[in-house]
Design a protein around this ligand. Structure first.
Ligand SMILES: [Ca+2]
Ligand SMILES: [Ca+2]
Length: 510
């Protein structure tokens, strides 16, 4: 079956605070990073009065999930991992890494597996989150999670923790390989305190994670994570939102517990379950994607990609449905192994200017195929499939994807699994250009400092000029025999790229 599937998250692969940071909740509630008004003007103009640098504490930087960093300047478009040119520091991860790097309060977090042997006493396959000091890469601590005894059906070997951390208020949030929602202390045990209520850590040395609360979704909710739980949590107000990972059993047809939830909301302070939601249609395969949260016409929505191929906007406080949209044509057909025309949602929805952007895809081991990429008007109610598609690109023009979009200055970038990066007009979906990366893309494009960065399965980072005219600035190898399944992120003047086994901090050092 798939060896890498889950990976997905990657994309989820895929982030608020700054040198003049706003509290997370405040920023998410009131400050989408780029607004409709910004689309017509150059990035630079918009930013003259804004902070020019800052943290990147979540997948997509904040709850809207747009892979656009409007603040950072002086991010290199040229570096060399062999000679060390413009490499600020590099640190070993495990042997497979799908969790995207995030930067918050002087620390960098990445999900990986245990093959980095940071703790020689703990051996064997585990799921890990590593924490490094932002300034020099010093390893600070790691979370280590044992594998589920069920094996690959629920906890695929060697893939580690694929969730991307959400960091705020000296806490981090992620889902581990055991399908447990975790809230941990950013200081680990280095502060000499076992913060709780959770205090039963198996690994409780000075370089281990201090878990504050955890929620076991298998035990408490009957969730059956198909291959791996990989969602990246999003926080809105006092709630943590997550896709559970619930999916089909080993026969690939039935859900072990049909009513088990696909989406959940927890109280971020206590870990108490606030509400849960089971998708309305049959989960086709697994659910490896991640939710978004944002304001639409001034009202908060939690937007979830469902394993049934629908996007759901739910009321964040109650879990009640606001709208839903079927991302597959009604005559599409799901077939096992990727042969059909009906697809899943692996990408993360991006909320921007009262619209939601997302495209369909499948487990990458199912191969390439036709895709469907939508701009959805998010102001509707009920089933808006027939009424609220603003534009659609797909079929022969856009393939299956795991990528999450990047939006700035009236342009929207997306990639497909086949290895093409596309630039479309944000309002119309008309394609400006596309470029063949000549390798599969699992990650997402990232706009920062007038450039678009995207990594591929051959371990290269393609750097393109941000704009409606195609211009390739460079193709940079991240090493021999490596892959890049994560999305480049920038924070405080530095670009972070996680290959399968190494984390690079890249900055103009000359
Ligand atoms: Ca502590
Ligand atoms: Ca604890």
């Amino acid at each position: 079956m798939r060896t890498s599937i889950l990976i997905v998250f990657v994309l989820n692969a895929i982030f608020l605070a700054t040198s003049c940071r706003r509290p997370a909740a405040e920023r998410k509630e009131v400050t989408p990073r780029d607004t409709a008004a910004s689309e017509a003007v150059p990035v630079v103009a918009e930013e003259t009065a804004a902070p020019t640098s800052g943290d990147w504490p979540a997948w997509g930087g904040d709850s809207y999930r747009n892979m656009y960093n409007p603040r950072e300047k002086n991010i290199p478009s040229d570096w060399d991992v062999a000679t060390g040119r413009n490499i600020k520091w590099a640190e070993d991860l495990g042997s497979q890494s799908y969790g995207n790097p995030v930067v918050v309060d002087g620390k960098v977090y990445v999900g990986t597996n245990n093959e980095g042997h940071r703790d020689p006493e703990v051996v064997g396959d585990k799921g890990n989150v590593m924490c490094f000091r932002e300034s020099d890469g010093t390893f600070l601590w790691q979370a280590i999670h044992n594998k589920l005894s069920a094996g690959r059906v629920n906890d695929w070997m060697w893939q580690g923790v694929c969730s991307t951390v959400w960091g705020e208020n000296n806490r981090i949030y992620y889902v581990n390989n055991r399908c447990e929602m975790i809230c941990a202390d950013a200081d680990g045990f280095a502060d000499g305190e076992n913060d709780g209520p959770y205090a039963d850590e198996e690994y409780a040395g000075p370089e281990h994670a201090d878990i504050i609360w955890r929620y076991d979704m298998i035990e408490e909710l009957g969730v059956f994570p198909h291959n791996l739980a990989t969602s990246s949590p999003v926080i809105g107000g006092d709630h943590v939102f997550l896709v559970t990972g619930n999916g089909v059993d080993e026969g690939h047809l039935n859900l072990p517990i049909e009513a088990a939830p696909s989406f959940v909301a927890f109280n971020k302070h206590t870990g108490e379950l606030v509400w849960d939601y089971a998708v309305e249609h049959h989960v086709l395969h697994g659910q490896w994607s991640s939710p978004a949260y944002g304001l639409v016409k001034g009202e908060a929505q939690a937007v979830f990609p469902g394993g049934d191929g629908y996007v759901y906007a739910l009321h964040p406080e109650t879990g009640d449905l606001i709208w839903e949209f079927d991302c597959n044509p009604k005559d599409s057909v799901w077939e096992l192994g990727g042969y059909g025309t009906r697809n899943n949602l692996i990408a993360t929805p991006v909320i921007h200017d009262d619209k939601v952007y997302i495209a369909v895809g499948q487990d990458p081991e199912h191969g390439i195929g036709i895709g469907h990429f939508y701009c959805i008007d998010a102001t509707g109610k009920g089933d808006v499939t027939k009424t609220h598609a603003v534009w659609h690109v797909g079929n022969e023009d856009f393939g299956r994807t795991m990528s999450t979009v990047a939006i700035a200055d009236g342009l929207i970038y997306n990639c497909d699994l086949a290895g093409l990066i596309y630039c479309f007009d944000l309002k119309t979906g008309k394609m400006h250009w596309k470029h063949d990366l000549e390798a599969a893309v699992w990650a997402s494009p990232m706009i920062v400092d007038g450039k678009v960065f995207v990594g591929d399965e051959d371990g290269e980072i393609c750097v393109l000029k941000h704009g409606s005219e195609k211009e390739v600035l460079g193709n940079i190898s991240m090493g021999e025999n490596v892959t890049v399944y994560t999305t480049p992120t920038a924070a405080n003047g530095t670009l972070y790229i996680a290959t399968k086994s190494k984390l690079f901090a890249i900055a103009n050092t000359e």
